[in-house]
Design a protein around this ligand. Structure first.
Ligand SMILES: *Cc1c(COP(=O)(O)O)cnc(C)c1O
Length: 472
């Protein structure tokens, strides 16, 4: 026998309930109205089966929809991919000093382009130029939005309608459609290729320098390595040649390690200081690769050339904002005390984290993951190797440890388990990003710092098995 359906109150009455009034106060009237209409439509669609209208259920549906819509689209994740400076995951995490510097001025006016001593217009580069000069030995420095922009600006300002000589072994593609020959065209500079893919000699550069040469440019092979029968020209030799012929020498270093990385037990990477000392007149590098700061492109070198670069209209189009400058200044300050750098700068702290430490973290967390997954999966701790990332030191690997999660032998519920598990971890409140490899999901523990981060990771594991999609 059918019984009468309890009909919902009017929309106006519903919106006037305490729960909905609270939602309006938090989320606004427009969105709350839309959520209420959706929830009512959902009830109507199912009303045929005679269910009574449940106001509590209606209210929680409205709340869920509104909260989902209000959640930020850009949010923190756990980077357990094993790539420390992961471009897709925002590269270098910022140190506390940078976070505090940005927070302090985000909501208020700042002396961004204002000289407090003179009470007159200032230059936004002033906040970091002194530090960059001190840390690289260059006469002058300027900043732009990223290193790709830095290379574009240097070429546009110094080599428009002129020739730039580059070794064929260094005509790199950085990824994301940034290729040296294309950038040359965009900057209206003429690329003159010398040497061969594997071998380029000083005499190749000597022969190519002519009256139309604006620059000789060296590009650091940051994301690849040429091995075997190879030859390239050292910066010091190029420096001497360019000085003798009166041609400017530029170097794009890419990763931009500001100090000798070997002192931290990491592979050697050329520094801007070495490049300048060898005779480079302009050096470009990233702020958020090995330097460990915010996304930025840094240009250091001779004051006359930097002045020309700063005058170019593209500099205005590519300039940094105040928050980035605040973070960059704070990070550069940390470099003034290299002894404490590996402890204070997160990127370096993660890159130098001892394997034993990472292994211990993996062993602490593996049982929690095993408990959260029950008999759905097998969980074990495995030695693995992390990458530095962002095209820095491409062939080097760092010893690390991961939690490897796979299907139990003979399991009938195993179909597509690594991918289903990866999806379930990505759906957590703070998404966890790992990598699927050899039929397992692997979580490299290098970048999960002990303490608050590790606790937050562990806290969201219970109930994980229940969120897995059904086997395929
Ligand atoms: C990474 C890199 C770039 C681009 O730097 P972004 O900061 O990512 O824009 C340019 N040149 C080289 C050699 C690089 O390694």
């Amino acid at each position: 026998m059918s019984h009468a359906t309890t009909r919902p109150p009017s929309l106006d009455r519903l919106l006037d309930s305490p729960a909905l009034r609270e939602l309006i106060a938090t989320h606004g009237r427009g969105d709350t109205l839309a959520a209420a209409r959706d929830a009512l439509a959902g009830w109507r669609a199912g009303a045929g089966d005679g269910a009574a209208f449940d106001q509590m259920r209606f209210e929680s549906q409205c709340r869920a929809q509104l909260e989902q819509r209000a959640a930020p689209h850009l949010r923190p994740v756990f980077n357990l991919t094993g790539t420390v400076l992961h471009t897709n995951l925002g590269r270098a995490p910022m140190p506390t000093e940078a976070i505090e510097a940005v927070t302090a001025l985000m909501g208020r006016p700042a002396n961004l382009e204002y000289d407090l001593a003179r009470g007159a217009r200032g230059d936004r580069d002033d906040h970091v130029e002194g530090l960059l000069r001190e840390l690289t030995g260059a006469e002058a420095a300027t900043t732009v939005n990223n290193n790709a922009a830095a290379v574009l600006l240097v070429l546009a300002a110094l080599a428009e309608r002129k020739e730039v000589i580059v070794s064929r072994g260094e005509l790199v593609e950085i990824g994301g459609a940034f290729r040296i020959p294309d950038i040359m065209r965009r900057a209206n500079a003429k690329l003159v290729e010398v040497g061969t893919t594997n071998r380029t000699h000083l005499r190749d550069f000597e022969a190519a320098i002519g009256p139309r040469t604006a620059l000789v440019m060296k590009v650091h092979a940051s994301n690849y390595a040429i091995q075997g029968f190879t030859a390239s020209v050292a910066m010091a030799e190029l420096g001497a040649l360019c000085r003798a012929r009166g041609v400017a020498l530029a170097e794009d270093l890419g990763s931009g390690a500001l100090v000798d990385m070997t002192r931290f037990g990491l592979p050697a990477e050329p520094t801007p200081r070495e490049s300048i000392a060898a005779g480079a007149q302009v050096v470009t590098f990233s702020g958020d690769k090995l330097l460990g700061g915010p996304q930025a492109g840094l240009i250091v070198g001779d004051s006359a050339l930097i002045a020309r670069i700063k005058r170019h209209p593209l500099k205005r189009a590519l300039r940094l904002d105040k928050m980035t400058i605040a973070a960059l200044e704070a990070v550069l300050r940390l470099y003034r005390d290299p002894d404490r750098l590996a402890e204070r700068l997160p990127a370096l702290r993660l890159l130098t984290r001892p394997r034993s430490d990472i292994q211990a973290a993996a062993e602490r967390l593996a049982p929690l993951l095993a408990a959260a997954l029950g008999d759905v999966a097998t969980v074990r701790v495995l030695a693995c190797r992390s990458q530095i990332g962002s095209g820095s030191l491409p062939v080097e690997r760092l010893d690390s440890a991961c939690i490897a999660i796979g299907a139990p032998a003979g399991s009938r519920r195993a179909g597509g388990l690594p991918d289903r598990l990866a999806a379930a971890l990505r759906a957590l409140p703070v998404p966890v990003i790992g990598r699927v490899e050899d039929g397992e999901l692997r979580l490299d523990m290098r970048c999960l710092e002990p303490g608050a981060q590790e606790a937050a990771f562990a806290a969201q594991l219970p109930g994980l098995a229940g969120t897995l999609a059904p086997p395929r």
